[in-house]
Design a protein around this ligand. Sequence first.
Ligand code: NA7
Length: 548
Amino acid sequence: MRVLANSSSDARQIRGPAAFDALIIGAGFSGLYQLFCLRDRLGLSVQVLEAGEGVGGTWYWNRYPGARCDSESHTYCYTFSKELLQEWEWTERYPEQPEILRYLNHIADRFDLRRSIRFGTRVKAARYDTAANLWHVTTEQGERLTAKFLITAVGCLSTANVPNIPGLDSFGGRWVHTGQWPHEGVDFTGKRVGMIGTGSTGIQAAPVIAQTAAHLTVFQRTANYSVPARNAPLTPEFKRYVKENFSEIQHLMDSNPNGHAWLIQDRSALDVSPEERVALYEAAWRKGGLQFRATFRDLVVSKPANDTAAEFIRSKIREIVKDTATAAILSDFDHPYAAKRPPIDTDYYETFNRPNVSLVNLRANPIVAITSAGVRTRDAEYRLDMIVFATGFDALTGPLLRIDIRGRDGLALADVWHGGPRNYLGLQVAGFPNLFTITGPGSPSVLCNMPVAIEQHVEWITNCIAHMRAEGLARIEAQPEAMDGWVEQVNAAANATLLPLAKSSWYLGANIPGKPRVFMPYAGGMARYRMICAEVAAGGYRGFALSR
Ligand code: NA7
């Protein structure tokens, strides 16, 4: 492969569209690492195109009050650089959004990445030219670029979902979506705030908004399980432990199906006495975090086992929330625990004991309109100064499909995915040569601690491109039958768990009206997935067609 240019300034001197070996869309966790690998390890000419004015992706956009990662900080980071692991120090058990953004800015500076990133540049379309074996990329600003390899690093949760509720335009107050939070912040002091949505975001934001708002009305459609995060500053001893034992921690992360640094207890919830079970749940509740799910090995595969966790959390809500009607609404679950992404919180249920917080049950009393004065449900009108949409994202496929991506002969990705996403290993779609989708649907992505999934994908793609260069290969493309086989495996992996039982889950696309109901991430576990990808590569990229 010929390296066309070493930097964007060199590339700009070339007439016509700026030409690169690789274009990467997005400068979050995945785009930054992919840039480092392709530019500094393989020596390719690379340009990153980033819609935001800074690096960070998810952590650039999601600046809402209480925004914090649910993975523990010592595992929510890159592991590719031993020096970096020794240098960087997290302050709290779960990193807050500003701290993660500082971390990603540090990465950009430390590895001198900014010079290869074009900020404020949103990609509009990408078209594959078969004859030239090139991707032609167009930005919303009208720039044109080409590259042999196109790599999407667009994130899984980056297309904000503002529900199409009649009357939003007429609202006399201010509204914001948590995923597009104003950089200057939002002052809730003295305001009547309505917050729609009780996913991980709403559950993090409500307790913080309630501290300054005159009144917070939480509009809940689906009752969600939450477990205390138990966030706290990290002690000097723990920080030292992490630095001295990272290889052990990494080993745990590699063996855990979700890329976290803990063991899943090898016992069934049904094999212990009711007293012992409650004691184990109590201990996990006190410890806090997503680790609650690891109390028993069968919580996400056995409904009777799962029922015991659901009942325990229900009992906790009843214990914490003083108003029995509110507690009943909060605990009226319609799906198994952890079948939707399980949130963790800081004082979420406690917030409903505040005199300035109330809960509206949208299942009993749906929103019919937004008026100039607030939110109107079937039975009442709520007068509001501000509406916070904590209504999530068009997950996984949304960020890819908002780009007009066309492969061979003008084949549109939107058409191939009309009935739901189809690809091979979550990495490539047949008909779209040399296009790689980091943490695309069909890979563990959102079911895994994201940096773990990202590093695995970025390294796989980098090794694949290195292999192609070494062998003088110009093109790699998933084969249709490999894609069909992988779609079957993704479905089988999901169906072996309770996850598809959550009918309102964004894993299934159910939060977006009209979106096909297909379980999108690979639920077979990160360890298994990593092995499959490694075997495919070792077997000469089985399931891919490679050509000169
Ligand atoms: P989620 O988890 O998709 O939560 C969105 C919430 O908004 C959820 O409670 C939805 O209810 C609710 N929602 C969505 N649309 C509407 C409408 N039209 N009316 C009322 N309520 C609505 O998004 P988050 O931002 O909280 O979290 C996303 C992920 O980020 C999270 O899982 C972590 O992985 C990090 P529903 O459940 O659909 O009935």
